[in-house]
Design a protein around this ligand. Structure first.
Ligand code: VLZ
Length: 134
């Protein structure tokens, strides 16, 4: 059985989100609000087609893509940049490279036990998030 990330997921831990946001150039006031949030992710996966909706009381962010097909990403409402993004499988991990102004930008999702993990990378900063099923 291939891995299936589908479901509704609640954030339970968020290590170094502050460092990640600083690396993205998010302003102080926005960071103060954003780091208090407990975002929820709604993921719909149909084979290699993904819908990932990250929602919170403050901002939300929708990403839709197909694994292996590069797309133009506009991080509207986050750091408001444009990048070329490509998501690929590395074994059972979903790996995104976001090519643009920021070096070393991307993220990785994987499942571990009942948890959904997300590593967010930008420049020399790594944020580690863990989600549990709602
Ligand atoms: O996740 O790129 O699941 O896009 C944080 C929302 C969402 C809170 C961060 C507001 C996006 C922040 C994480 C205000 C600045 C992300 C991908 C992988 C899908």
């Amino acid at each position: 059985m291939p891995v299936d990330f589908s479901g509704t997921w609640n954030l339970v831990s968020n290590d170094n989100f502050e460092g990640y946001m600083v690396a993205l150039g998010i302003d102080f006031a926005t960071r103060k609000v954003a780091k208090m949030l407990k975002p929820q992710k709604v993921i719909k996966q149909d084979g290699d087609s993904f819908y990932i909706h990250t929602t919170s009381t403050f901002r939300d962010y929708l990403l839709e893509f197909k694994v292996g097909e590069e797309f133009d990403e506009d991080t509207k409402g986050l750091d408001n940049r444009k990048c070329k993004s490509l998501v690929t499988w590395e074994n059972d991990k979903l790996v995104c490279v976001q090519t643009g102004e920021k070096k070393n930008r991307g993220w990785t999702h994987w499942l571990e036990g009942d948890d959904l993990h997300l590593e967010l990378r930008c420049e020399n900063q790594v944020c580690r998030q863990v989600f549990k099923r709602a």
